[in-house]
Design a protein around this ligand. Structure first.
Ligand SMILES: [Zn+2]
Length: 216
């Protein structure tokens, strides 16, 4: 059977969390459980285990509603009723939680973006499932914007930023997002995190570039 009891290392990890992080904050957890969540921010990040958007913003439980998928992508709006996890999370964040900010969070060394780059250069270079291939096309369709760069690492880095921009542009195809922007001032933001260096860059709508949000 594939379904098993929890492995020991996860049980031990839970024991450490319960006695350290949870205990001093137990009143806050109880309050959150009783009163419900009212996060101001909806973060759309990559599944990558090294990405910890809530930690980067020093946020507590209840502060950030998080959705993660491969390469922090938002597809264009499609008016159908498929199993769209990203869209369901977006709809809940915008229409029910009424968050004030949506943050699309990209990152360095993104395996999804690297795969997207390799597939765009040569579809036979790596083996991916149809689901992954279709998903990565959301940003793969933008490959033409980087193909003039001679170094692979520069193209991949540029695609990491473009993945954030594409998701932001695609968010604007959702009627409920546009309506929330116009009626109650919902704001969209893009960030990119350097995993190794700890730096964080944010898209500046004035310069239309990603800028370091502080010197570090
Ligand atoms: Zn990633």
């Amino acid at each position: 059977m594939g379904i098993s009891a929890l492995p020991r290392f996860l049980v031990e990890g839970y024991a450490r969390w319960k006695s350290s992080d949870y205990d001093p904050a137990s009143d806050k957890y109880r309050q959150l459980a009783d009163q419900g969540q009212t996060p101001r921010v909806f973060a759309i990040g990559c599944c990558d285990s090294r990405v910890q958007t809530s930690k980067v913003f020093d946020a507590d439980p209840g502060d950030i509603f998080v959705h993660r998928n491969i390469a922090n992508l938002v597809p264009k709006f499609a008016d159908d009723a498929g199993h769209h996890g990203t869209v369901a999370a977006l709809d809940y964040a915008v229409d029910v939680l009424k968050v004030s900010h949506i943050v699309v969070a990209g990152h360095s060394q993104c395996g999804g973006i690297k795969a997207c780059h390799d597939l765009a250069l040569n579809p036979d270079s790596i083996s991916v499932t149809p689901a992954l291939s279709t998903w990565l096309k959301i940003v793969g369709d933008e490959f033409f914007r980087v193909e003039g760069l001679s170094k692979a690492e520069d193209r991949v880095r540029a695609l990491e930023f473009i993945s954030v921009m594409t998701s932001l542009e695609n968010l604007m195809t959702y009627p409920n997002v546009v309506s929330a922007i116009e009626s109650r001032g919902l704001k969209l933001h893009g960030i990119w995190q350097d995993l190794g260096g700890g730096q964080l860059m944010a898209f500046d709508p004035g310069t239309k570039q990603f800028q370091h949000i502080m010197k570090c």
